[in-house]
Design a protein around this ligand. Structure first.
Ligand code: SAH
Length: 353
């Protein structure tokens, strides 16, 4: 039995599968799921993320959170949370950089949320110098200030796709033909939850909805609006999306998302407007390109300081990593950064010129 056979049998028994069910099955199936069974990160894996490219990424993110913590009166107990921490590299770099901020690391209750047992084991090793706990549900976050990081997390959450048809919608779904998985369309149906999208879409437009993001934003919204803090969300995507962004990445290449289920990373672009709408009691910053954000936080000065002690191939790799994180033709423009914060607090560092 393979994941393909399992999905084909499920479709044969119960009819076409929605994309959100397909994503959840492919990514998190207990036996064959993509994240459940492997460490996909790094040069030898399927994709590489910013914290794996350079220590500077986690250091600057950590210091930006610590700066907000100072601006908010340096509360002596707070949650330092990360959604989908991967190998734990970002959190380790952040905590190391923040040792210089008196009281910050001592006041932080480090809390991680990750669905992958394989990656949780790696996080435990990476962060073995710190007291860290894992939770499955952000609902249980303590009622205290929350400083949260989500890098390349929301893109991994399952989406649904709807094609506009008159004043209704047809859901894109997955069926089976000659034992191959194929996309199809469900019947035209009204979708009251999409009524706002009738205003700005046309016949044949495709829109994506990520209901799975709501519980996370709900928890963020409540803690931050009442107790203070900030949530830093970094991902590929944009403000207000239309069109098909469902994609599969395997060995650093785009592949067909229906081929080899469980063998490729499945993602969709993040609609930051939808995240903001799900956190209505928080203030949100502008959506800033990652390259601009990191430059404003001082990545060039940090890069120069590190470069002073490097030579040869190490120096070349370091210069290439700086470029990769910030240059508009690399990750600098595709990736966007946005923060949610308490209305009464000033915007965090890096969001205004
Ligand atoms: N933030 C990390 C890893 C990004 S990959 C980095 O920048 O390197 C996405 C991460 O989200 C993985 O750790 C994966 O296990 C986790 N993840 C994916 N879907 C999830 C879900 N539904 N709930 C919790 N964690 C999830």
């Amino acid at each position: 039995m393979s994941l393909h056979d399992h999905i084909a049998a499920r479709i044969a028994a119960q009819g076409p599968m929605r994309i959100d069910e397909y994503m959840t099955t492919c990514l998190l199936h207990p036996t064959w799921g993509y994240y459940t069974t492997r460490d996909p990160l790094g040069a030898a894996g399927d994709f590489i993320t910013a914290p794996e490219i350079s220590q500077m990424f986690g250091e600057l993110i950590g210091l930006s959170l610590a700066q907000s913590w100072l601006n908010n009166g340096a509360p002596t107990r707070f949650t330092l949370a990360e959604l989908g921490p991967g190998r734990g590299t970002l959190m380790a770099d952040a905590l190391r950089a923040c040792r210089g901020v008196a009281g910050f690391v001592e006041a932080a209750e480090v809390t991680l949320v990750d669905a992958s047992p394989t990656l949780r084991d790696i996080q435990a090793q990476t962060l073995s110098d710190y007291a860290v706990s894992w939770i499955n549900d952000t609902e249980v976050l303590p009622d205290q200030p929350l400083y949260l990081i989500a890098n390349e997390f929301f893109d991994a959450l399952p989406i649904r796709q709807f094609l506009r048809d008159g004043s209704g919608w047809r859901e894109r779904q997955i069926g089976i033909e000659n034992n191959a998985l194929v996309f199809g369309l469900g019947p035209m149906q009204p979708q009251p939850a999409l009524s706002a999208r009738l205003e700005d879409s046309q016949q044949g437009d495709l829109i994506e909805v990520c209901a799975a993001a709501s519980p996370f934003l709900d928890a963020i919204n409540r803690r931050i609006s009442t107790r203070g803090g900030m949530a830093l969300i970094i991902d590929y995507g944009d403000w207000h999306l239309t069109g098909d962004t469902f994609q599969a990445i395997r060995s650093h290449e785009k592949v067909d998302p229906l081929e080899g289920p469980g063998q490729a990373d499945l993602t969709a672009h993040v609609d930051f407007e939808a995240l903001v709408q799900a956190a209505p009691d928080c203030e949100h910053t502008a959506l800033v390109p990652q390259g601009v954000f990191l430059e404003r936080l001082g990545i060039t000065r940090r890069a120069q300081a590190l470069a002073a002690k490097m030579t040869g191939a190490t120096l070349e790799n370091h210069v290439a990593a700086h470029r990769r994180l910030t240059h508009p033709s690399e990750m600098g423009n595709l990736f966007k950064v946005m923060a949610l914060h308490q209305r009464s607090s000033a915007a965090p560092a890096g969001f205004t010129p």
